[in-house]
Design a protein around this ligand. Structure first.
Ligand code: DX5
Ligand code: ZN
Length: 242
């Protein structure tokens, strides 16, 4: 697990009419990566953007472009996302017949290879491709939209995936519904859209540091027990809680 939690704002919640400026603003506010939610209206019930938009914002920052492909099929488009400057390309295990080949193809393009699992997909589907992976994206919402509620069962999945990957240099990323009070424990990367982009540009830095504090504060580590999630309620983690 990397030392500092990586915060990857999802631009899905940004002001699309000023996307370039939004990318610059959230990077200045402390974002580590930029999370790009590509949706095709087929694999997920929403349509967002593709390579031309990513190309248009690539020179706004040198931060990592973390490209989450919620498209099916994905294989034929991997090169198009690599050539416009995506550093990480993540495909959904549920959206590809030949996951091993897709992951190899991503690495052959010079990008880091990621796989994403929907909340209901067991981690066993990736046990034979672990050595093809640089990142595992665990969905904590059903893909397609921002602003949804966090699905607590992903906390158990993080722990099981952590065990599964052992000492392999694979990052675990959690994506969706991650406002500070539910910043999950044990992930290396947190993706957040509405929790980062809420309140206007002057709020971005505070939103990002609140996420980072919630994820990194050692005292929160003691909250690893599932009990704190069993109620499936949004909890406000207070120091006196432990
Ligand atoms: C959902 C996307 C997520 C989403 C996160 O399909 O993969 O990245 O945009 O947005 P919030 O943080 O608002 O749930
Ligand atoms: Zn995403």
């Amino acid at each position: 697990m990397s030392q500092k939690t990586i915060i990857a704002p999802s631009v899905l919640s940004a002001d699309f009419s000023r996307l370039g400026e939004e990318v610059e603003a959230v990077c200045e506010a402390g974002a580590d990566w930029i999370h790009l939610d590509v949706m095709d209206g087929h694999f997920v019930p929403n349509i967002t953007f593709g390579p031309p938009v990513i190309k248009a914002i690539r020179d706004r920052t040198d931060k990592v472009f973390d490209c989450h492909l919620m498209i099916e099929p994905a294989e034929r488009f991997l090169g198009a996302f690599a050539v416009v400057g995506c550093n990480i390309i993540t495909v959904h295990a549920e959206a590809t017949t030949h996951l091993d080949r897709s992951l190899q193809a991503i690495r052959d393009l010079g990008c880091k290879a990621g796989v994403s699992l929907n909340p209901s997909t067991p981690e066993t589907v990736i046990e034979y491709v672990l050595d093809r992976l640089d990142l595992i994206l665990l969905m904590s919402v059903n893909p397609g939209f921002g602003g949804q509620d966090f699905i607590p069962s992903v906390i158990d999945k993080v722990a099981r995936v952590r065990t599964m990957i052992g000492a392999r240099p694979i990052l675990i990323e959690i994506d969706g519904g991650v406002p500070p009070e539910t910043a999950p424990l044990g992930a290396d990367v947190l993706v957040a859209g509405s929790a980062v982009f809420k309140g206007g540009r002057e709020a971005y830095a505070g939103n990002i540091s609140a996420l980072r504090t919630a994820a990194d504060e050692p005292r929160f580590a003691a909250l690893g027990s599932r009990r704190s999630w069993a109620s499936n309620q949004k909890i406000v983690i207070d120091p006196s809680y432990i």
